[in-house]
Design a protein around this ligand. Structure first.
Ligand SMILES: Nc1ncnc2c1ncn2[C@@H]1O[C@H](COP(=O)(O)OP(=O)(O)OP(=O)(O)O)[C@@H](O)[C@H]1O
Ligand SMILES: [Mg+2]
Length: 473
C-alpha cells in the first residue's frame, strides 16, 4: 500500500472527518482531510491523491458541484459520495454526476473500506496498464513477477541479489517466460534506476541500422546520415541497456559489442573519436545460444563475456500451480481493463489450464485468459471458454513432424499423409471401411496408400464384410 498516494476526505463536520479518518487510516491508507470543496480543489491541484471521499452536503460549494469541477480537471480521479440517507434518487444523482460510488449514512465501516479497496485496486491496475502501454519507461517491480513455485521464488531472490551489482546478465528462456520482466526488475532494483533504461530489440532493427542505433553515427557516414546521431549507449550512460534477442545480432556487430563490453569504449559509425560510457548490460535471447555458437553464428568469447550471471526463467509447464496464480492475476486484470464484473475460474477450467503444456508460456496464458474474459458472460470462466488445447497440440505435433522430415517436400507430404491416415484409423477402431469413407476414398485406395506409406496392416483390422469393388456394404 506504500506506493499509493493518500485519500482526500472532504467534510465540513469535524466528527465525521475524524471517524472517516480513523476507519481508513487503521487499514493502512494515508489520509488527508479538508473542510470544504474549495480547499479540496486547491489541494488536488498541488498534490496527488488516489481517491476523494466527499459529503454531498457541504457549506459553500456542494459535493455535487465539487464532483463536477473535479471531473473536469481530473477525469480519472475516483470520487466517493456520502449522502445523507439512502434514497434511490440520491444514489442515481451521485452516480450520474460522475461519482464512482456512493454511501448512505449511516454506513458500516466495512462498506466504506470495501469501496476504498476497490478504488485502490483500480488505481493499481490503472498504473500497471499505463506502464504496460508506456513500454520502455515501464516501472517493473519484483511483485509483478508472479509465482510461488520454488524456481520462481529463487528467481526473485536472485534478482534481488544481482540487481545492485554491476554484473552483466544473460537471460535465457523460451518465448513468453518473462525475460523482459526480469530485465526490467534488475534495472529497477539497481542504483541505476533513476537513470535511463534503454531497450533495444536486436531482431526488430534491420542489421544495417543496428550498429548506428547502438553506437550512433557521424554526419555523412552513410547515405541518409544527414546529421550526427548519438548512440543509444550514450542515452544509457549511468543507466542500463537491455539488448533483447541478442542471438540475432550479426557477427561483425558482435565483435564491436565485445570491445564495448571490455571497457565501455566505442566509436560512432563513420567516426574516429573513441567515446566512453558507463553502462550496465543485460542481454536476452530465446534461441539456443549454445547451438548458435556451435553453428558459428554466435561468438563464443562474447557469450562468456555476457554470461557473468545467467538467469533462466523456467517454462510455464514446470511451474505447477503458478499457472492458476497467473491465470487469476490476468483474470483480474482483463475484467477490469475490459470493464466486466470480476470473474472466478471454475474447477474444470482450472483442471484444463493445469493439464496444458503451454508452449507459448506466460504470454500464451495471458492471451487465453483475455479471450476467455471476452467470451464469457457468466460470473465463472467455464472450461468451454478456453481453447481446445488437445486439438491444438495434435495439430502442432503433426506440423512439427512433417516439418522435421529432413527437407524434401515429398517426405514432408508423406509424413503428413501418414499422420492423417493413422489418425482416421484410430478414430474408427482400426477399421478400414469407415476410415476410408471419412477420407473420401475407396477401401482399395486407402489400402494402396497404406502399403506405400508403410503403415502396417495390423494398424487396421480387416473388415470381412467388404464387397469386391472395395466399397463397404
Ligand atoms: N511471472 C510472471 N508474472 C506476471 N506476468 C508475467 C510473468 N512472466 C511473464 N509475464 C507476462 O507475460 C508476457 C510475456 O513476458 P515477456 O515479454 O517478459 O516474455 P519474454 O521471455 O521476453 O518473451 P520473448 O522471448 O517472446 O520476447 C508479458 O505480458 C509479461 O508481463
Ligand atoms: Mg521478450
Amino acid at each position: 500500500m506504500n506506493s499509493l498516494p493518500p485519500i482526500l476526505i472532504v467534510d465540513d463536520e469535524k466528527n465525521m472527518r475524524l471517524s472517516l479518518h480513523s476507519i481508513i487510516a487503521d487499514e493502512g491508507y494515508a489520509v488527508k482531510e479538508v473542510e470544504s470543496a474549495e480547499a479540496a480543489l486547491a489541494l488536488l491541484g498541488r498534490e496527488p491523491f488516489f481517491m476523494v471521499i466527499t459529503d454531498a452536503r457541504l457549506q459553500g460549494m456542494s459535493g455535487y458541484e465539487f464532483l463536477g469541477a473535479a471531473r473536469k480537471r481530473w477525469p480519472a480521479l475516483p470520487v466517493l459520495m456520502i449522502t445523507a440517507y439512502a434514497t434511490p434518487k440520491l444514489a442515481v444523482e451521485a452516480i450520474q454526476a460522475g461519482a464512482i460510488d456512493y454511501l448512505a449514512k449511516p454506513f458500516a465501516p466495512e462498506e466504506l473500506l470495501h469501496a476504498v479497496a476497490r478504488c485502490a485496486e483500480r488505481h493499481r491496475l490503472l498504473a500497471e496498464n499505463q506502464t504496460l502501454r508506456a513500454g520502455a519507461s515501464a516501472t517493473y517491480r519484483l511483485e509483478q513477477i508472479i509465482g510461488d513455485s520454488p524456481k520462481m521464488v529463487e528467481l526473485r531472490q536472485m534478482i534481488q541479489t544481482v540487481a545492485p551489482t554491476n554484473a552483466t546478465v544473460l537471460i535465457l528462456g523460451e518465448s513468453g517466460t518473462g525475460k523482459e520482466l526480469v530485465a526490467g526488475a534488475l534495472h529497477n532494483l539497481s542504483s541505476r534506476r533513476e537513470k535511463n533504461y534503454v531497450r533495444i530489440n536486436c531482431a526488430a532493427i534491420p542489421e544495417a541500422l543496428l550498429e548506428s542505433e547502438l553506437f550512433g553515427h557521424e554526419k555523412g557516414s552513410f547515405t541518409g546520415a544527414l546529421r550526427q546521431k548519438n548512440g543509444r549507449v550514450e542515452e544509457a550512460h549511468h543507466g542500463t541497456i537491455f539488448l533483447d534477442e541478442i542471438g540475432d545480432m550479426s557477427r561483425p556487430l558482435q565483435a564491436k559489442l565485445l570491445r564495448f563490453l571490455e571497457d565501455g569504449t566505442f566509436t560512432r559509425v563513420g567516426g574516429n573519436d573513441e567515446l566512453k560510457v558507463d553502462v550496465r548490460l543485460i542481454a536476452a535471447t530465446n534461441r539456443d545460444i549454445i547451438a548458435a555458437i556451435r553453428e558459428n553464428q554466435f561468438r563464443e568469447d562474447l557469450y562468456h563475456r555476457l554470461n557473468v550471471v545467467q538467469f533462466r526463467p523456467p517454462p510455464l509447464r514446470e511451474r505447477g500451480r503458478d499457472v492458476i496464480l497467473l491465470a487469476e492475476h490476468f483474470l483480474k486484470f482483463f475484467c477490469f481493463a475490459l470493464n466486466k464484473p470480476a470473474k472466478a475460474l471454475s474447477k474444470p477450467a482450472e483442471q484444463k489450464l493445469l493439464a496444458h503444456s503451454w508452449p507459448g508460456n506466460v504470454r500464451e496464458l495471458r492471451n487465453v485468459i483475455e479471450r476467455a474474459v471476452i467470451l464469457e458472460n457468466a460470473a465463472q470462466i467455464h472450461a468451454a471458454s478456453l481453447p481446445d488445447f488437445h486439438l491444438e497440440a495434435q495439430l502442432r505435433k503433426g506440423g512439427e513432424r512433417a516439418a522435421s522430415a529432413g527437407g524434401s517436400l515429398d517426405d514432408a507430404l508423406a509424413n503428413f499423409e501418414r499422420e492423417l491416415i493413422m489418425a482416421a484409423l484410430e478414430r474408427h477402431g482400426s477399421s478400414i471401411s469407415p476410415a476410408a469413407e471419412e477420407l473420401q476414398m475407396t477401401r482399395h485406395a486407402l489400402r494402396y496408400r497404406m502399403q506405400r506409406l508403410n503403415i502396417s496392416a495390423e494398424s487396421a483390422a480387416d473388415d470381412a464384410n467388404e464387397t469386391p469393388d472395395g466399397k463397404p456394404n
